[in-house]
Design a protein. Structure first.
Length: 284
């Protein structure tokens, strides 16, 4: 079986969410599962006990300097400033590239696992599971189309010629670290600059789309491509009330192992914990 690791970027406001995630990994994940939580240095002590806790400065280049307003300045390329959303994606890419595991699950703090799983669910015939939902992106998802365009440019591929396009963004996101290392080297070769400087200079970017386009368009696809996320996800920035959260959790299919309720939804934590506990009880 593969050696699997879970990588979670987090920070102080998501402390309780991350604690719930880590507890669910211990409860439902394979024995000895490695969980790497990456947080700002000032938050490190708060997250003690949640697996291996590392800090963001261990993964970002030394040329990156923090600024107020969740911004970074890369002194190697000061313009444009690096937004926090982009920096978080750089951290994910760097953390997976640095991993010695055979596969890595990228899992944000606002996800909780509710059913047992093994690394075999994400690894078959020496291949990491690859999420691809064909023909899922068209003009109704302009940001996703833009992310495809950026990924293709970063990889030196011809521009997007037609819609629809496949979606590669999922929760949890399963990546092969060897592929990530090769992909980042490819980006550096195409741009002639360090990959973090190149990607950090983008205003719009999706790490999931970059990985997916690289696997499909550069490597020629995956023998273990699946159209299901193995989870349900609520991404709206609108709180769920008790009835809504019960209805949402009730959509879990027998194949789903996790639930994501976006931290940005500001859903009441008591309601969230109660609904997820019920889902766990039903799955045990």
């Amino acid at each position: 079986m593969a050696r699997m690791s879970v990588v979670t970027p987090s920070y102080r406001p998501d402390l309780e969410l991350c604690r719930d995630l880590h507890a669910s990994l211990q409860r439902y994940g394979p024995a000895g599962l490695h969980h790497c939580v990456v947080v700002p240095r000032r938050d490190r002590d708060l997250f003690a006990g949640m697996g291996e806790v590392l800090t963001t400065d261990e993964f970002l280049p030394r040329t990156f300097r923090t600024l107020p307003g969740n911004l970074w300045c890369n002194v190697a390329r000061p313009v444009p400033l690096v937004r926090g959303w982009i920096a978080q994606q750089l951290i994910k890419l760097a953390a997976v590239a640095a991993s010695d595991a055979e596969l890595v699950l990228l899992v944000d703090s606002d996800m909780v696992f509710v059913r047992r799983f093994t690394d075999g669910l994400f690894y078959r015939d020496n291949t990491a599971r690859f999420y691809r939902l064909p023909d899922a992106i068209d003009e109704r998802l302009p940001r996703h189309v833009l992310w495809h365009k950026v990924a293709r440019r970063l990889l030196g591929l011809p521009p997007v010629k037609r819609l629809p396009l496949p979606d590669y963004i999922c929760w949890p996101m399963c990546w092969d670290p060897n592929i990530v290392r090769d992909m980042l080297a490819h980006v550096a070769r195409v741009s002639g600059a360090p990959w973090a400087t190149t990607i950090g200079g983008e205003m719009h970017f999706s790490e999931g789309i970059l990985y997916g386009v690289y696997v499909d368009e550069v490597l020629g696809g995956s023998s273990f491509a699946e159209p299901t996320m193995l989870s349900i996800a609520y991404s709206a920035e609108i709180p769920l009330d008790e009835a809504a959260i019960k209805a949402f959790v009730a959509t879990l299919s027998p194949a789903d192992i996790a639930v994501m309720i976006s931290a940005k939804s500001a859903t009441d934590q008591i309601l969230r914990k109660r609904a997820l506990a019920a889902a766990m009880a039903a799955g045990d």
